[in-house]
Design a protein around this ligand. Structure first.
Ligand code: THU
Length: 132
């Protein structure tokens, strides 16, 4: 098991939450994804007048990690105005592709923090078996 600093990850999620572009929902989300190499990739949500074009904070963090050649992760911290803020179903599915990581869910001032395994948040999930 890889040890990590939960508070540091939460703080990174809280900081990046301020960058969210969410004029339609006014709901800001920040995410910080820790890779097995020890690096942290952050993301915030953005929205669009064409509603379906927006993307969640968690998938922005995941995309940022992937473009940096990372595909193994340890944990993700999620910060938002819900108490706590949980990743949506699409983000759970997108993250599961890369392993059963810890998901640290918090409110905006980090006073409520709940940690789960991703498989607890998305049981009986779909994963395609890729034959090599
Ligand atoms: N949102 C996220 O960024 N992550 C989630 O897991 C849930 C929802 C964003 C999408 C949208 O911009 C706003 O929160 C309101 O749904």
């Amino acid at each position: 098991m890889i040890q990590y600093h939960e508070q540091e990850l939460l703080k990174r999620a809280q900081d990046i939450m301020q960058r969210a572009y969410s004029p339609y929902s006014s709901f800001k989300v920040g995410a910080a994804l820790l890779s097995k190499t020890g690096k942290i990739y952050v993301g915030c949500n953005f929205e669009s007048a064409a509603f379906g074009a927006g993307v969640c904070a968690e998938r922005i963090a995941l995309g940022s990690a992937i473009v940096n050649n990372e595909n193994e992760f340890v944990a993700i911290a999620v910060c938002g105005n819900n108490s706590p803020t949980y990743p949506c179903g699409i983000c759970r599915q997108a993250l599961l592709e890369f392993g059963d990581i810890d998901v640290i869910c918090s409110n905006s001032d980090l006073t409520i923090v709940k940690t789960y395994k991703l498989s607890e948040l998305l049981p009986y999930s779909f994963l395609k078996i890729v034959k090599k």
